[in-house]
Ligand binder design. Structure first.
Ligand code: ZN
Ligand code: ZN
Length: 104
């Protein structure tokens, strides 16, 4: 999702109970942009299904894979529940491609 004015990437930002899409360039929220992921995913348990196979574009972090012990993993965030809850961090092992969720 991009800002209509400056084309910057929008980031989710909490505003009261809602999460709005926020442009850090314009310092404005985009009211008409819906948080798509929270609409699609209604159950806690389907979190894994929203993970697309585009992790090559994701950031890499230092995390130990529970499967093979490799210490580098891709990570990204997915809004899996109601929009007033924080996003879940997903990790995917760079080496064996194992995926897991990071719980606080
Ligand atoms: Zn903007
Ligand atoms: Zn692994």
């Amino acid at each position: 999702m991009f800002c209509k004015k400056c084309q910057s990437i929008l980031v989710p930002k909490k505003k009261g109970k809602k999460t709005v899409m926020w442009c850090s360039e314009c310092k404005k929220s985009q009211k008409d942009v819906k948080t798509v992921m929270s609409e699609k995913v209604k159950s806690d348990d389907v979190g894994m299904e929203v993970v697309k196979d585009d992790v090559e574009t994701k950031s890499i972090t230092n995390a130990t894979c529970p499967e093979c012990g490799h210490d580098k993993a891709y990570y990204w965030f997915v809004q899996t529940r109601a929009s007033d809850e924080s996003a879940t961090q997903f990790l995917k092992c760079v080496k064996c491609k194992h995926q897991w969720r990071d719980y606080d």
